[in-house]
Ligand binder design. Structure first.
Ligand code: C2E
Ligand code: MG
Ligand code: MG
Length: 765
């Protein structure tokens, strides 16, 4: 048999154009005890090297510039044929070159399943699949080398021994009946004699299946000749340890035409009083079943588009890698990647080019990773990588930067030059979690953090992110119930006419009385309402409540109070056509135009008998711009109803008055950030003055937000600003307190003795 020293001293050549891969493979082999390893990054020198050194194994990268792995194998095949002929010549025997089926000692390194068949045809003995695990690779190399050594020994033996001419026709073991039965079996059937160690019988199915003639007197080894090199070691081992009950095994045969057949073989001993005297074998061709299994495996484990492992295999691999790392104390980093704005590419270039981009993108990723790294397409435009290393943290950051760098080069998609960026999140085993699901979840959370940090970047997961993610989820769930549970309230903040001191109206500001959290301000939850789409229902509730409040103040004798309501851009952009209106108008052949939002607003005004000019809608500059076309038409129709429109937070966005002119605006509210330092910062003072002047020139009223001091008030008064709103007069207050305020002091407000941080209700005059 082959000793392990023979195997470890085997001559190995590593061929890869990438230095990192060569070094990595070399390192893995030498750490496993291999002593004779040569490296080259130059495919052109492989054949010369092999001619001189006659390697026992060549690890060959397929994708190399100049000369690819297939070309290298072609040249190696010629050399192997020469070597065989020379060996035969030296021994004085007539040896026929095996040509295609030579014992070419090549294992191909590839990440592309579609290359495998071609590589086998080109003479490869097997594959090292990228991505792969270290243990699997070393086991595979060991097996191949063991077979290689066995083959060498057999070859030497064959050269020395006399070859007997085989007989095709076998003598009948038990007469005609047996011959008829065994000869017509659809399976291969053979009988082997334990004493003279030769075949007694083998039916014609064997020759039909393999093309190989085996005759009586042939050694058992002949039937193992066509066994696929990758299965050889296992099959021999299983056959050598034949138990009395027999053995069942599946393996592959590699036939002279390079096709592969899967067989199921059952081998069992036959005993008589003297003990085992025959071994009998039955062999079925199960290729079709195996192919179906393989296909199923391929479909269930690989992504059809990029041929990368899919989500299922990604998780399986991650679990396996974690288990291994538990034992050898290694660090595993999970990188989660999402292509930024991929949807735009699909939308503008179409799905076909979008698919092409995904394929090209996955190849670039493969280029950035080492052979031991695992890369998978998790779904859509999301990819996952698993990196194993001794110093995972630093390494993951380096890989992430490398990926970002590799993406700087544009992709050429059938003439379209497209550049993309990716947002990357990283979580690390065992620091962030020790289980696969949580690692992936954390990687995902970190990836979203990269997105919110402006994309084209990477973030390591931190526990705070998790706390925030959980908190956000809780908040989202609580918000879904808040409306039904009556947890929203509106506070009202007066707006005051600068010259007369009269209250001109109120702004309704939303508050959430969240159980166990107290009163939550809108800045904390409006973005969540927008993301989840809940803003539509909550927004409708605000308008309805405001209309009811205006009616209630009128009934209570407070007077007709105009109220402005903040409207999120999403309320407009998400608003759809009302189904009843569509039905009614289409029946009359009219194109429906009114959206749900407009109908709700109109209904709220009507049901509370409110003049439409008592309601004002505040939209921020940015939300006006976001869906400008749709927004303009909605605003124009609302305007026709008589509703007032104002631009909120003016100065924080585009701040283009000429653009603003396109919208039917009544009021412009200068953002608080300008007012804050209006008396100390000359730029803010100048901008505010300019905004007031320009607004007046297009007949738009100006409200200054966040006025807190007498100095600010005086400044604004001097510049001709129309109204002010801010703590200087009153914080936002619950409706009943507003009623008291207005009923007690007519509608003229005196400055309120309160500070911004004192809490809203504490500022009551
Ligand atoms: P906004 O519309 O600009 O509202 C003015 C904000 O400034 C309010 O904050 C108000 O309490 C605060 N404020 C008023 N005077 C002063 C002052 O003198 N000093 C300081 N420091 N702050 C002052 P609030 O209530 O937290 O609302 C924040 C934002 O949330 C609002 O900004 C608005 O954009 C949004 N919002 C409020 N309610 C709603 C709503 O019902 N729907 C929508 N979509 N957004 C809302
Ligand atoms: Mg506002
Ligand atoms: Mg504002």
């Amino acid at each position: 048999m082959t000793s392990s020293a023979d195997i470890l001293n085997a001559r190995i050549l590593v061929v890869d154009d990438r230095k990192g891969n060569v070094e990595l493979l070399h390192g893995m082999l030498s750490s496993a005890g291999y002593t004779s390893i040569t490296n080259t990054m130059n495919p052109w020198e492989v054949c010369d090297l092999h001619r001189t050194n006659r390697y026992d194994l060549i690890l060959l990268d397929l994708m190399m510039p100049g000369m690819d792995g297939f070309q290298v194998m072609e040249c190696l095949r010629e050399i192997e044929a020469q070597i065989e002929l020379e060996a035969g010549y030296e021994s004085g025997l007539q040896v026929e070159s095996q040509g295609e089926r030579s014992a070419l000692p090549v294992l191909v390194i590839t990440a592309q399943p579609q290359h495998k068949e071609r590589a086998l045809q080109a003479g490869a003995k097997g594959f090292i699949t990228k991505p792969f695990d270290r243990l699997q690779m070393l086991t595979h190399i060991h097996d191949v080398l063991e077979i290689r050594q066995l083959q060498k020994k057999l070859q030497k033996f064959a050269m020395r021994s006399e070859i007997l001419p085989g007989e095709k026709i076998f003598p009948r073991e038990t007469g005609d009946l047996f011959d008829q039965l065994a000869g017509n079996l659809p399976q291969v059937f053979w009988i082997w004699d334990v004493h003279d160690k030769t075949f007694r019988y083998i039916n014609p199915e064997w020759e039909k299946m393999t093309g190989q003639q085996v005759g009586q007197g042939d050694k058992l080894e002949t039937i193992f000749e066509p066994v696929h090199p990758e299965d050889m070691e296992r099959v021999l081992r299983e056959a050598a340890n034949l138990p009395l009950g027999g053995v069942d095994h599946d393996y592959r045969l590699l036939l002279p035409d390079m096709s592969i057949r899967w067989v199921h073989s059952r081998t069992f001993p036959i005993k008589d009083s003297a003990g085992v005297h025959r071994i009998v074998g039955v062999m079925d061709d199960i290729t079709q079943r195996k192919e179906a299994d393989q296909q199923l495996l391929q479909v269930s484990h690989y992504d059809a588009l990029t041929h990368l492992p899919n989500r299922v295999l990604f998780y399986e691999s991650l679990r396996k890698v974690i288990k291994q790392s538990e034992m050898n104390h290694r660090i595993v980093s999970v990188l989660f990647l999402d292509i930024d704005n991929f949807k735009n590419i699909n939308d503008t270039l179409g799905f076909a080019l979008g698919d092409e981009l995904l394929c090209e993108f996955s190849l670039r990723l493969l280029e950035c990773l080492r052979v031991t790294d695992i890369i998978a397409r998790i779904g859509g435009d999301e990819f996952g990588c698993i990196l194993v290393s001794a110093d995972g943290l630093g390494n993951a950051g380096v890989v992430a930067s490398k990926i970002r760098e590799a993406l700087r080069q544009p992709f050429d998609l059938r003439g379209h030059q497209v550049t993309v960026t990716a947002s990357i999140g990283i979580s690390v085993y065992p620091i962030d979690s020790i289980d696969a699901d949580t690692l992936v979840k954390n990687g995902d959370t970190a990836m979203y953090r990269s997105k919110t940090a402006g994309r084209d970047t990477y973030r390591f997961f931190t526990p705070e992110m998790n706390a925030r993610a959980i908190e956000k989820l809780d908040q989202e769930n609580a918000l879904r119930k808040a409306l039904d549970r009556d947890e929203f309230v509106l506070h009202y903040q007066p707006k005051v006419d600068l010259s007369s001191g009269w209250v001109t109206g109120m702004e309704a500001l939303l508050r959430w009385k969240r159980p166990e959290h107290g009163v939550v301000g809108p800045l904390e939850f409006i973005p969540v309402l927008e993301q989840t789409g809940l803003i539509t229902q909550v927004g409708a509730w605000v308008i309805e409540s405001v209309c009811r409040q205006i009616a209630a103040w009128r009934h209570a004798g407070v007077g007709e109070i105009p109220v402005s309501v903040n409207v999120s851009g999403r309320q407009f952009s998400r608003s759809t056509l009302n189904q009843d209106v569509i039905r009614a108008t289409q029946a009359n052949g009219i194109q429906p135009t009114l959206l749900e939002f407009e109908l709700q607003t109109e209904r709220a005004l009507r049901e509370n008998s409110i003049d439409s000019d008592l309601l004002e809608l505040e939209l921020t500059e940015s939300s006006l711009m976001m869906h400008a076309k749709k927004t303009v038409s909605i605003l124009q129709r609302l305007k026709v109803l008589g509703i007032q429109i104002s631009i909120d937070d003016f100065g924080t966005g585009y701040s283009s008055l000429s653009y603003v002119k396109r919208f039917p605006i009544d009021v412009l509210k200068i953002d608080r950030s300008f007012i804050q330092e209006i008396t100390t910062n000359s730029a803010d003072a100048a901008i505010t003055t300019a905004i007031i002047d320009m607004a007046h020139s297009i007949h738009v009223r100006v409200v200054a937000e966040g006025v807190e001091t007498a100095e600010q008030f005086d400044f604004l008064k001097g510049r001709g600003c129309d109204e002010v709103q801010g703590f200087y007069f009153s914080p936002p207050l619950p409706a009943n307190e507003i009623s008291q305020l207005l009923l007690s002091g007519s509608r003229r407000l005196k400055p309120a003795p309160c500070r911004p941080n004192a809490g809203e209700s504490a500022c009551n005059p």
